[in-house]
Design a binder for this molecule. Sequence first.
Ligand code: ADP
Length: 194
Amino acid sequence: MFNLVLFGPPGSGKGTQSENIVTNYNLLHISTGDLLRDEVSRHTPLGTEAKKYMDQGMLVPDEVVIGMISGKIDEMPDARGFVFDGFPRTRTQAEALDKLLEFKNTKIHLVLSLEVPEADLIKRLVGRGETSGRSDDTEEVITKRIKEYHLKTTPVANYYNSYGKLETVVGSNTIEETFKALAKHINKYILPVT
Ligand code: ADP
C-alpha cells in the first residue's frame, strides 16, 4: 500500500490535485470535507453537529472526524492506497491516523504540502464561492478558516516533518505544473498506471 497526505491551506488546490493523483495512480481519495458535506446534505446527526462548526470556519471536533475516517478505511480493504485530503488537521488526528494504519500493517509514506501565498488563496476561494454554493465560502468565513489552519494545522506539518515525511511543493503555478511537481515525489514510491 502507498498512503499519501495532501496538505495545505483552504484554497491551495488539495481537492483538484487529489483527483489528479487518485486517477493517475489508482488510489482512493478520502476527503473529510467531502465526507462531512455529504453528512450535512443527508441531515444525519453527525452532519447536523458538524455543520455548526463548518459554517463558522472552525474545525469539527476530532472524535467526530476520526470515527468517520475509521469507517471509511475499513470499507475499502483492497485499496492500492489512500490520498488523505483535509485530514489530519490536528496532531490528535495525525496520531489517530497512525494508529488506524498501523492496525492495517501500513503507514503514511509521504506528506506533500502545497504552498500558496495567502492573497491568492482568498482570491481563489471567493471566486469558488460565487459558484460552489458552499456556505463557508464567504470572505468572513474564509479568513477564519485560514486562521484556524495556521493555528491548529501547522503543528501537523511539524509532526510529519519530525519523521522526515514532509515535502513542500509550490501550489501557485498551473494545475498541470503543480501536478508534475507532486508526481515527482510520488514516483519515488509508486509509478502511475497508464
Ligand atoms: P478547506 O480545506 O477548503 O477549508 P474542506 O472541504 O477540507 O475545505 O473543509 C471544510 C470544513 O470542514 C472545514 O472548515 C472544517 O469545518 C471541516 N473539516 C474538514 N476536514 C476536517 C478535519 N479533518 N477536522 C476537523 N474539521 C474538518
